[in-house]
Design a protein around this ligand. Structure first.
Ligand SMILES: Nc1ncnc2c1ncn2[C@@H]1O[C@H](COP(=O)(O)OP(=O)(O)OP(=O)(O)O)[C@@H](O)[C@H]1O
Ligand SMILES: [Mg+2]
Length: 311
């Protein structure tokens, strides 16, 4: 059975459509990734699943039950780790976790035990009585996670849980995600970091302008571009490059310019490297090196959306 099913889910803010008719099924045991650029509609979708935002149209079913009609059931079975930290600086780490566990319905001894367990799970057991205002960014993110898992929800939603933290905390969080998954939780994971999503997600949805434009395992998504190759050209500067002319070269399917790198995805059967180089030289670009690269999820994203993930 699906743990979560979205049926034609839509959210409008005035005339603006932030989430556009998304239908999706997430099965038990998945670590499901939402990948999309800024403003794609990831948080809006997630906030509707967590009942923090009302949908304009469509339905959300958790374990076969409509969440709007079964709000208590939804509350006890979903845990959300929000993108913006939701912790109280003037409450201790333990008080924060037990406050949220209480909101999710836990009481008495169970509330105490589970709150301790959640702090232990994120490695903050010795910070029990400390105040988050003295915590590092990574510790705050970990506390944010503890607050969402103490009630042992079936579905845990993490919205950019690793933004702005040190590599050690990031590893800790990624390991926690795997551990929660091993314990039977289904997870929805949102991130800008392609490598993270590639590493831990069992299935990935690419979201753009409020729509899911592709979803599948990494292998399935990669097979969408199996007839293309990536060439990276290092240059002194990409400032003077006419993107339109470069994109118009036969066989080019995606193009992205970084400060000193031109990343081009193009069809394998078209030999267009000479044309590309000639055009760059004509535009006065100083070329430093040329490398063929193995395509990755970023190439899929670029090919489908026409833009960089981190624009
Ligand atoms: N309360 C709101 N009122 C009006 N517009 C909103 C509101 N919340 C979000 N939006 C708009 O909806 C779109 C989707 O926003 P959302 O926060 O879901 O994107 P996101 O994919 O989570 O982006 P990010 O990666 O930056 O977190 C954006 O264009 C945003 O400006
Ligand atoms: Mg967001």
């Amino acid at each position: 059975m699906s743990v979560l099913e979205l049926k034609q889910l839509t959210k409008k803010f005035g005339d603006f459509i932030a989430v556009d008719n998304i239908s999706l099924k997430i099965s038990e045991g998945e670590i499901f990734g939402f990948l999309g650029a800024n403003g794609a509609g990831k948080s809006t979708t997630i906030n509707m699943i967590a009942s923090l935002l009302r949908s304009t149209k469509g339905e959300i079913e958790l374990l076969g039950k409509n969440i709007a009609k079964n709000s208590r059931f939804a509350k006890t079975n979903i845990g959300i780790v929000p993108q913006d930290l939701a912790i109280y600086e003037d409450m201790t780490a333990y008080e924060n976790v037990s406050f949220f566990a209480g909101l999710y319905g836990l009481r008495g001894e169970l509330l105490r035990d589970r709150s301790e367990e959640a702090l232990q799970f994120v490695g903050l057991e010795d910070k029990h009585k400390s105040y988050p205002k003295n915590f590092s960014g990574g510790m705050k993110r970990r506390l944010n996670i503890a607050c969402a898992i103490a009630h042992r929800p079936k579905l845990i939603i993490m919205d950019e849980p690793t933004v702005g933290i040190d590599p050690q905390s990031r590893n800790y969080i990624l390991n926690s995600v795997r551990k929660l998954n091993d314990m039977g939780c289904t997870i929805i994971y949102t991130s800008h970091y392609m490598e993270e999503v590639e590493e831990i997600c069992t299935r990935i949805a690419i979201v753009d302008h409020g729509k899911v434009i592709a979803d599948g395992t990494k292998q399935q998504l990669m097979s969408m571009i199996k007839d293309t190759k990536d060439v990276w050209i290092e240059v002194k500067s990409t400032e003077a490059i006419d993107q339109r002319a470069l994109s118009a070269i036969q066989g080019v399917t995606a193009l992205s310019l970084e400060e000193q790198t031109v990343k081009i995805t193009s069809k394998v059967e078209v030999n267009n490297l000479n044309l590309i180089i000639q055009l760059l030289i004509k535009q006065g670009v100083e070329i430093r090196s040329i490398d063929e690269q193995a395509p990755n999820l970023e190439s899929v994203f670029l090919t489908l959306t026409g833009r960089n993930l981190r624009d």
